[in-house]
Write a protein that binds this ligand. Structure first.
Ligand SMILES: [Zn+2]
Length: 94
């Protein structure tokens, strides 16, 4: 005879899915960098240019297209991303 009741662990606060706190970062729209400034410019044909499993999204500062999805928060210093949607240049620092 059972001494206790088995309760299914489905209801309540138990959440087995790991939830990342997604952070949206907007790029700063800049003029096209002059040649020979040794800046790296990333671009692509479609958005997002980059897709990863991190928690940071980078949005175009001009048209709000998602340029990078799921970046991890490794420091990204001063990169320039050319938006495939509006052709704007975005300066991004994470
Ligand atoms: Zn754009």
């Amino acid at each position: 005879m059972l001494k206790y009741k088995i309760v299914p662990l489905l209801r309540g606060s138990v959440n087995l899915t790991r939830r990342l706190e997604v952070v949206d970062i907007s790029g700063v729209t800049i003029d096209e960098p002059a040649p020979k400034t040794r800046r790296t410019i990333f671009t692509g044909k479609t958005v997002p240019i980059f897709k990863g499993d991190g928690e940071i999204n980078v949005l175009c500062g001009s048209c709000k297209a998602v340029l990078c999805q799921g970046l991890t928060n490794n420091k990204v210093d001063n990169i320039v991303i050319k938006c495939p949607v509006c052709q704007g240049f975005n300066e991004v620092t994470i």
